[in-house]
Write a protein that binds this ligand. Structure first.
Ligand code: RUQ
Ligand code: CUA
Ligand code: CA
Length: 625
């Protein structure tokens, strides 16, 4: 490590708070010292780096970042390079603020799994067209309850959640890049008996897991492919034909030592065209009560090839030039470079599986994930070494062919134990090599202590120059696994809701059936002991300040926010009923609860909307049964 990096590291650890007060002044004058060989003090280096990422109050970021929330089950939206958190999008979690998991609209999205209160989201990925992000959807997995969700990026709300049948624990997830995101590719990680109905409990040799293709538009599972071993991470190529997944458990071990027995496991390559052709020809089976086409993709079939790579591989990343799949070795210090243009020969059995490996650079201990700058360099996280290794792909291939070249460009200390890293636009052909986010799993001493549970540390690294520069420490709540960055101009989110948005189409249909005009009516509809209360809201008043029901009624409150003013969100909270939701401008939201306590129950607006926001209240009068 250079003296400068060392200085910056120590400074970051011990003196950051003390020095931040002077950096604003010092930064401007000293930035010119960079690259000229001028001797800088650590304080000056810190100042210059800080000013490079500063996004002044009121200024907007150049990039959107979408972070998985890990065990929190959500997705977070950050501005990059400021690393300011802009929004949280609840997905697999229940969210008190927005009412996600509480409102009827969100429960309809959650469907069969609405009763689950937890999720474990890992891999957020943005839909693509011709190898570029199209800004339409973001997809993310839930390992905890075997689900895949889709977020509409115009409204930044989850609009589909499905549970994948026949498998357990969706982990790796990536999207078809070319010609467009027709499929979401999802790896189920943990093998189970097929069928999992109590048979074969103690016969692990009969367990299997599957690679899943989900139709990105209908969000139905299009097909499943049974594999040997298990499946970890995955990525797709730029032709639309091949997808590759890492398998760390070729041993089919049921315990940790068993999964580490073999020196090599596999990268499993899937031929999507062959899979589609078989499904189209009806050449498949179904399992149990699922009607999803299931194909056999074990060794020796036309759907897969198994490429041996060392050892318990983890990350699988496609280079943005479309040439290589990179599999990070985890228990081996290497990354295996697989040439995508050799894969059709491999499927024709014209070459051996290992012939597709064209490089295997040694980088350091615990390589987990690789990202790219679009200039021929790769950046691999080294979990055990707590470093990022920057290396040159072409030189690594030369070295593998016996040339005496050094492919390593730089190693940078990160803090600490990095999992994923992600460079701006890296999963598309537009990789621009500006910023790299490294998601460090441990923060240890980097922040003020906050009890035994520590934040993660998402660090921002400037990769625009020859040398990587660490420019920001970002504490985050449990536990981002991965993130994705795209340019701000690649997204155009709505500012207010459109009144005919499909997100609340079912509620609108219910209102129509009740003869209600959502935009104007304030009315109570009784239907047996089901009561529907339709209300508008305009700051600072609900359209109805009291309504009467009977003890034992099931009450549905439907609120339409008639304000057209951007950012003027109302809320609805029925006191002592566990009910609360957001209603943003021009949105309709509804919630259903039991009125089982006679008496007066106040409701109030719980989003600050007006000087008279506190007064935005009403009463539910519940008559004794
Ligand atoms: S995995 S730390 Cu869930 Cu993305 Cu690699
Ligand atoms: Cu409406 Cu606060
Ligand atoms: Ca293994």
């Amino acid at each position: 490590m250079s003296e400068k990096q060392n200085d910056v590291k120590n400074l970051g650890r011990r003196h950051f708070l003390r020095n931040s007060a002077v950096t604003g002044v010092a930064g401007a004058g000293l930035a010119s010292g960079f690259g000229t060989g001028a001797l800088m003090t650590s304080r000056q280096a810190q100042a210059a780096e800080k000013s490079a990422i500063e996004v002044a109050p009121g200024d907007l970021d150049e990039y959107y970042g979408f972070w998985s929330g890990g065990q929190s089950g959500e997705v977070r939206v950050l501005g990059v390079p400021s690393m300011r958190e802009l929004m949280r999008i609840p997905v697999f979690n229940v969210d008190s603020a927005t009412g996600w998991g509480i409102t009827n609209e969100s429960r309809e999205v959650l469907g069969d799994s609405a009763h689950f209160l937890n999720g474990d989201s890992h891999h957020p990925h943005i839909s693509m067209k011709d190898g570029s992000y199209d800004g339409k959807y973001l997809f993310i997995n839930d390992k905890a309850n075997t689900r895949v969700a889709r977020i509409r990026l115009d409204i930044m709300k989850t609009d589909k959640v499905i549970t994948v049948p026949n498998v357990q624990a969706i982990h790796g997830l990536r999207l078809q890049k070319v010609p467009y995101t027709k499929y979401v590719f999802a790896n189920a990680e943990l093998p189970i008996p097929q069928i999992n109905d109590g048979r074969d409990l103690e016969s692990p040799e009969k367990y299997a897991t599957m690679f899943n293709g989900i139709d990105a538009e209908s969000m139905e599972v299009a097909w499943q492919v049974i594999v040997d071993g298990n499946l970890d991470n995955t990525d797709a190529d730029y032709t639309g034909r091949f997808v590759a997944s890492t398998c760390y458990n070729s041993e089919m071990g049921m315990t940790l030592p068993e999964t580490m027995r073999a020196e090599r496991d596999w990268v499993v390559v899937f031929d999507v065209e062959a899979i589609e052709a078989a499904v189209k020809a009806g050449d498949y089976e179904t399992l149990g009560d699922s009607d999803v086409p299931v194909l056999n993709g074990r060794h020796g079939t036309r759907f897969t090839r198994y490429i041996p790579v060392p050892k318990n591989p983890h990350g699988l990343n496609t280079s943005p030039d479309g040439k290589y799949f990179m599999a990070a070795g985890k228990l081996s210090p290497t990354v295996s470079i697989i040439a995508i243009d050799k894969l059709s020969e491999l499927f024709d059995d014209a070459i051996e599986p290992r012939d597709a490996v064209v490089g295997e650079p040694e980088l350091g201990l615990g390589p987990l994930h690789t990202t790219f700058d679009g200039r021929g360099n790769a950046y691999t996280t080294l979990f055990i070494d707590s470093q990022i290794a920057k290396w040159n792909i072409a030189d690594a291939i030369r070295a593998y062919n016996g040339e005496d070249v050094n492919y390593l460009r730089q190693k940078l200390d990160v803090h600490y134990q990095p999992g994923h890293n992600h460079a701006s636009l890296t999963e598309s052909k537009d990789a621009d090599g500006k910023w790299l986010v490294v998601l460090s799993k441990f923060s240890k001493d980097r922040f003020l202590p906050v009890g035994p549970l520590h934040p993660e540390n998402d660090q921002l690294i400037d990769i625009s120059g020859e040398q990587m520069k660490l420019v920001h420490d970002g504490p985050t709540y449990a536990e981002p696994h991965d993130c994705i960055l795209l340019r701000a101009d690649q997204l155009t989110p709505s500012r207010i809701w459109s009144r005919d948005d499909p997100f609340f189409a079912s509620t609108r249909k219910m209102a129509e059936d009740d003869g209600i005009n959502l935009e104007a009516d304030n009315k109570v509809i009784r239907d047996g002991n089901k009561v529907r209360v339709y209300m508008t809201s305009v700051a600072p008043q609900f359209g109805m300040t009291e309504f009467k029901v009977k003890q034992g009624d099931e009450v549905t409150v439907v609120l339409t926010n008639m304000d057209k003013v951007e950012d003027l969100t109302h809320g609805f909270c029925m006191v002592n009923h566990g009910v609360q939701m957001e209603i943003s401008p021009q949105q309709t939201s509804s919630v259903t609860f039991m009125a089982n306590k006679p008496g007066v129950h106040w409701y109030y607006c719980n989003w600050f909307c007006h000087a008279m926001h506190m007064e935005m209240t009403g009463r539910m009068l519940v008559e004794k049964a």
